[in-house]
Every structure is written in structure tokens, then in C-alpha cells.
Write a protein of this length. Structure first.
Length: 338
């Protein structure tokens, strides 16, 4: 059994909050231009716990969208509207939760990804919702057939800890539907469109309802700790193997993999070994060596370059692992394809 504090891989993990995000442009200003009605909401600067300018979705190219936003206590919101039929890319990873509300839009082509769930190439995204928990990656691109408009809500994770059960997970969700969340988000959207008419207490009540409904949505997403006789389900296998393939050169905490498939670390390790015949760290190592063999056979990289590319800090450690798995050194394998 693996220790839950162990990680797989050989390089220190990159912080999930270190991704570089573009500062959004609001009316040509490189930062959040707060609406004039901000003071009318009765909020002091000390009450602002969500800073949209440093936590917002990155959009490229910026010239193809319009953006307008507002922030309240423990929540921010912005409306992003495509103004052209060219490809637009969106990305996000932050310490805050993200709720995307797609009001309209059909794309000719495109793909959407939220870390922890399968990718989607859904064409008609109108009236759909996407939830991205703090620390998860969100990426998508649209080649729009019709203008795509989305409202992003940035939510303070601390709001979701109040009265929450320890076993409840805030699960990532891509393109789902929920009438109550949609209705609440639509009312908050009106406050972005007309901040002068926004009543602080009304907005605060809507924020509480939105948080409550998101927690209600996740109340059924509990950790599956019952004995798993058949190992990981097919969807869990796809998510875990895809994540490992995308992070071959990095250290991957076992707890991270367990969270992706909504299992406790203990049961994840048991189920993983049952499905793949080896523990997660050994599977990860074998996949690194398989990739190393491909690179060595291509003869475009030296043994040292291959080892460093796959996350080994020293050639000696790469050689030792390679020999243990293949029965020969990287150098001899490299020469065999000369």
C-alpha cells in the first residue's frame, strides 16, 4: 500500500497557482476598471476578497472580445462576449472557484477541458454551465459559428467551507444544466449589466443562494470508499492515464490522482493496482521509460537530454531506472538503433 504522502515522479510538483495569466483589459485599461456604482454597493476596499484582475480567465486574442466586470464581497463576475468569428482561446487556473455560464453560442469547431473530467467538443454551448474548482485547470477554444457570450463568476473557496461536510467534494463539471443555478446566475448577471441598479443586500442574498446551490449540486459527490472488486471504472482509467501521460516528466502526488477520480487515497491505490497490475508510481515510471525508448530510438537526443526531459535530475539515476526495467543501459539501447 502506498503512503498517502508519497508522490510519483522525480521532480518537485509545480504549484497549481503559479500559472501565468494575462491581465484582462477592461475598456482598454490593463486591470479591472471597477464600475462607478461600486461605492453604491456599500463595500469598502477591505471587504474585497476576490480581485478579478489577478484571478480572471485569460483570453487570446483579447481584441476579439469585450469584457466588463464587477466585484462584490467574496465574489466577482465578468461578462465576456466574442465580437468576431475567429478562433478564441480561454484558460484559467487559480485559487478561486470558477462558474462559467454560457448564455449563447454555437461553434463550428472547438474543444473544452476541465481538469478531472473528459474533454468535450460540444458544438452548441448555449444555456450550459461549467464549474472549475480552485486549483483545477480550465482550457477551451472556440471557432464560433455564432457569437459566444459567457459570464464568469469567481467565488471565494472559504464560502464553501461554512457548514460543509468533510466528505463532500467540489467536483469539476463541464457543460451541465441546472435550472436553479442558471436562474440565480442570470439575476447576478443583471447586476453586471446595470450596476447602478444593484442593491447590495439583494446581491448578497443571490451570492449566498449561488454558493448553496453549488454545494447542493456537489452534496451527492462523496468519496467512494466501499471495496472496489473490479478496480477503476473505465472513465476513471481514462482520466488517470491521460493525466499521467500529460505529466510524465513531473512528480505526481498520489492524492492528486485519487481526487481526479473521487476516491480516497487508500482505495484509489488498491483499485489502480487491480486495474493495471502495478501501483501508480511504478506505472508512471514504466511509462516514462517507454517514452525514453521512443526518444532514444529516434536518435535526435542524447541520453542526458532524454533523462532530463523526462524529469530525471541526473543521468546516473536515469540509467539505473532504465536498466532495471529494460535490462540494458540507455547508451546501449541508443547504440542499437544506430
Amino acid at each position: 500500500m502506498l503512503n498517502s504522502s508519497l508522490s510519483i515522479g522525480g521532480r518537485p510538483p509545480k504549484s497549481v497557482c503559479n500559472s501565468t495569466l494575462q491581465s484582462p483589459t477592461y475598456n482598454g485599461i490593463e486591470s479591472l476598471a471597477l464600475p462607478a456604482a461600486f461605492g453604491d454597493l456599500g463595500l469598502s476596499r477591505s471587504e474585497q476578497s476576490i480581485d478579478i484582475s489577478s484571478n480572471s480567465v485569460s483570453v487570446a486574442p483579447l481584441r476579439l472580445v469585450t469584457r466588463r466586470g464587477i466585484q462584490w464581497h467574496r465574489m466577482g463576475a465578468e461578462v465576456v462576449q466574442a465580437t468576431a468569428h475567429n478562433r478564441i482561446d480561454y484558460s484559467f487556473r487559480s485559487r478561486v472557484h470558477l462558474l462559467a455560464v454560457y448564455e449563447q453560442g454555437v461553434r463550428r469547431d472547438g474543444e473544452s477541458y476541465v481538469e478531472g473530467v473528459p474533454r468535450s467538443t460540444l458544438r452548441d454551448v448555449a444555456k450550459k454551465l461549467t464549474f472549475v474548482p480552485a486549483g483545477h485547470e480550465y482550457r477551451e477554444w472556440h471557432d464560433p459559428r455564432t457569437p459566444i457570450g459567457v459570464t464568469y463568476f469567481y467565488l471565494d473557496p472559504e464560502e464553501f467551507q461554512i457548514g460543509s461536510d468533510e466528505g463532500i467534494l467540489l467536483a469539476p463539471r463541464l457543460f451541465f444544466e441546472d435550472a436553479t443555478i442558471w436562474s440565480t446566475a442570470a439575476k447576478l448577471r443583471q447586476a453586471v449589466d446595470d450596476p447602478g441598479a444593484a442593491n447590495r443586500h439583494y446581491v448578497e442574498a443571490l451570492r449566498v443562494v449561488l454558493v448553496h446551490e453549488l454545494m447542493r449540486l456537489n452534496s451527492g459527490t462523496t468519496r467512494v470508499d466501499a471495496p472496489i472488486r473490479g478496480g477503476l471504472a473505465p472513465w476513471q482509467q481514462r482520466i488517470v492515464t491521460a493525466y499521467i501521460e500529460e505529466h510524465l516528466s513531473r512528480q505526481i502526488p498520489v492524492t492528486k490522482l485519487a481526487r481526479l477520480v473521487r476516491l480516497s487515497t487508500f482505495h484509489f491505490c488498491r483499485a489502480f493496482k487491480q486495474s493495471f497490475g502495478v501501483p501508480p508510481h511504478r506505472y508512471h515510471t514504466k511509462r516514462r521509460i517507454e517514452q525514453a525508448k521512443v526518444m532514444l530510438a529516434g536518435r535526435r537526443h542524447s541520453v542526458t537530454e532524454v533523462g532530463l526531459t523526462l524529469g530525471f535530475s541526473e543521468t546516473s539515476s536515469f540509467t539505473a531506472v532504465f536498466r532495471k526495467i529494460t535490462g540494458q543501459t540507455p547508451s546501449s539501447y541508443h547504440r542499437n538503433f544506430g
